[in-house]
Design a binder for this molecule. Structure first.
Ligand code: KQY
Length: 367
């Protein structure tokens, strides 16, 4: 039986592990909403299937699906992928799923943040979001994991990274945004992170990726690859609006140390050429009041930093930009010499506003 817990992970001796630590498996939710995914979500479903298949080569994958799409998803996905019925409003399990924490004995628990679709009625991306907000509890109960619920604190998994060794990293643009916890000070927010992620230090980047509709989630601009070491989405083009955002992140990280007093090692990962929505892509999305529109020519927040680290592999979004796709693969192979770098063409995912990291949630094994 999975219980709701009082107290905090930190007080109970739990910490959020680094994504590079061992996983019991990975969770994904199936896309279907036609006001976010073009052409009845069929192209996106194929991309999600490709991601699920790529990860399933390395660790168990479970896909949660609304009842209306259960049979179609079960048909599209291979048998080694578990498919379960799970109501959701959209498919971003990184954000609405649990953040898992572990202790020294290898026990695993979930943290169930309040979810409000990236800003609620202030600047959220759709309404309602009540099904998404129940996903974390459902996953924890299915897995028999006790969980901590925060009714008074809005957060998404994509807005935090942990090095597993005492340090978390976030962006000010996201965590201090009006639509999340407007009545809390930065210090109070930082204390919540310390208590629920089991960290001693929080690094605050000013910004994330240009035009990222999540108020600039940290998981699109940096990724911890080991304690003390991060990759940073970068551009050499000083006229690109991303340049000042990446430069200020670099300046900040070069001056900072982490909870263990280490200087941070930063590896630059050049962003792809601009990804712009085409007329055909825009026309395939239903226009619905209250959902972010997808207009022809809109630039998407494309970044290679939004990869997923699986057991023995890295699942990397590719954009069909030969030079930068190849460069990203090469850089990550150098960063992760022991892991296979598996590229998945992810244009259909970025058209929905996120990427491979945003559609996945690792469940640590605690080992
Ligand atoms: O990037 C993410 N973590 C989520 C993106 C949500 C986009 C909703 N349209």
């Amino acid at each position: 039986m999975a219980k709701r817990l009082e107290g905090t992970p930190r007080a109970d001796g739990f910490r959020m592990p680094g994504e590079f630590e061992h996983h019991a498996g990975c969770w994904i939710l199936w896309p279907e909403r036609t006001d976010n995914w073009r052409n009845g979500a069929k192209p996106a479903q194929k991309a999600f299937r490709d991601v699920a298949k790529a990860i399933a080569r390395f660790e168990p994958v479970t896909v949660g699906v609304n009842e209306s799409q259960y049979s179609a998803a079960r048909e599209m996905l291979p048998e080694n992928i578990r498919v379960v019925e799970m109501s959701n409003d959209d498919s971003w399990v990184r954000d609405c799923g649990p953040t898992f924490v572990v202790n020294e004995a290898g026990e695993v628990r979930g943290v169930d943040w309040s979810f409000n679709a990236w800003g609620g009625l202030v600047d959220g991306l759709y309404f309602p979001w009540d099904k998404d907000d129940k996903v974390a509890r459902k996953i924890c109960e299915m897995e028999g994991k006790d969980s901590y619920r925060l009714d008074d604190f809005v957060l998404e998994g994509g807005s935090i990274h942990s090095d597993g060794d005492g340090t978390a990293i976030v962006t000010e643009a996201c965590l201090l945004s009006e639509g999340r916890n407007p009545d809390m000070t930065k210090e109070e927010i930082e204390q919540k992170l310390k208590d629920y992620l089991g960290v001693e230090k929080v690094l605050w980047l000013p910004n994330g990726i240009y035009l990222d509709e999540t108020n600039e989630h940290v998981d699109n601009i940096v990724h911890y690859v080991a304690p003390g070491k991060l990759v940073l989405a970068w551009t050499d083009d000083e006229s690109d609006p991303q340049y000042p955002l990446s430069k200020s992140a670099l300046d900040y990280l070069e001056k900072e140390t982490d909870a263990k007093g280490r200087k941070l090692e930063i590896v630059k990962l050049h962003i792809p050429d601009e990804v712009l929505i085409t007329k055909e892509e825009s026309e395939g999305v239903d226009t619905v009041d209250g959902t972010l529109p997808r207009e022809e020519g809109d630039r998407q927040a494309a970044s290679y930093a939004n990869f997923y680290i699986a057991n023995g592999a890295v699942i990397l979004p590719l954009f069909g930009d030969k030079i930068h796709d190849e460069a990203a693969k090469k850089t990550l192979q150098e960063v992760f010499p022991e892991r296979e770098i598996v590229g998945v063409f992810a244009r259909e995912i970025i058209l929905g506003g996120g990427n491979i990291h945003c559609i996945t949630q690792q469940q640590p094994s605690g080992q």
